[in-house]
Design a protein around this ligand. Structure first.
Ligand code: SF4
Ligand code: SF4
Ligand code: SF4
Length: 225
């Protein structure tokens, strides 16, 4: 069963957008392997569906457009002057590509953003825009999105201790304040500063019992690339 799930998952586009009515691509691959119709990934298009029906040994079927619309190759960007720091976009992002703390400006790490659009609707001041990127760039980002999707779920799941959460919030706030101060000077490489912050958060989680430190090391080395 695991091999089947993996071979289906590999064909899915890894936007982690939830349009198929599951939280992400691997959960949908698991449902397909258990008998759910494979025609709900509209961002993947007919080509993806054809590959999956072939794996399943089923007859060709048609994409169910009710689960659309499709997604463009894009990344999200916060219009920084308008952001009020409400944090709603952070909760919505399936891959933790957004950094910021309450009442401070938020920013998106473009290297992690799949362009899934989940942060657009929750933003109360409509200050997130979508910028087109090339097919190659989008595919490069989406290829590694599952790792960040797993980490986000990890941190959100019920095993996370309140103490650890508080520690992370404190750390996040401190780092965000430092980064905001630096960003305001506009003389720093913003992406580099944000990556440093995310690496700091990952390292802070590394020694927790419920975290696989090898996974964290892999995520850190992906960020450092
Ligand atoms: S890309 Fe979106 S719609 Fe397609 S399988 Fe992944 S989460 Fe579901
Ligand atoms: S920043 Fe927005 S568009 Fe990008 S992955 Fe997160 S929720 Fe999706
Ligand atoms: S939802 Fe909009 S206003 Fe709120 S923190 Fe995110 S970008 Fe800023």
């Amino acid at each position: 069963m695991n091999d089947l799930i993996e071979s289906i998952n590999v064909e899915l586009p890894q936007y982690q957008c939830g349009r198929c009515d599951t939280p992400g691509c691997k959960p949908y691959a698991t449902e397909i392997a258990n008998g759910t119709p494979p025609n709900r990934c509209v961002p993947g298009g007919q080509e993806t569906l054809d590959k999956i029906t072939k794996i399943l040994g089923q007859k060709r079927s048609v994409l169910n457009e009710n689960y659309g619309p499709p997604l463009n190759h894009q990344v999200a960007k916060v219009i920084e002057d308008d952001c009020i720091g409400c944090k709603k976009c952070i909760d919505a992002c399936p891959v933790d590509a957004i950094i910021g703390s309450a009442n401070l400006m938020h920013t998106i790490i473009e290297d992690l953003c799949t362009g899934c659009e989940l942060c657009i609707e929750p933003c109360p001041v409509d200050c997130i825009e979508l910028l087109p990127i090339t097919n190659e760039r989008s595919s490069e980002i989406r290829k590694k999105s599952e790792k960040f999707f797993i980490l986000k779920n990890f941190i959100q799941d019920g095993k996370t201790k309140r103490k650890q959460l508080n520690k992370n919030i404190h750390l996040n706030t401190e780092l965000s304040m430092q980064i905001n101060a630096k960003i305001n000077k506009r003389s720093l490489n913003k992406n580099k500063a944000l990556k440093k912050m995310q690496i700091g958060l990952l390292q802070a989680n590394k020694n927790e019992k419920y975290v696989n430190s090898k996974d964290i090391d892999k995520l850190i080395s992906t960020l450092k690339k």
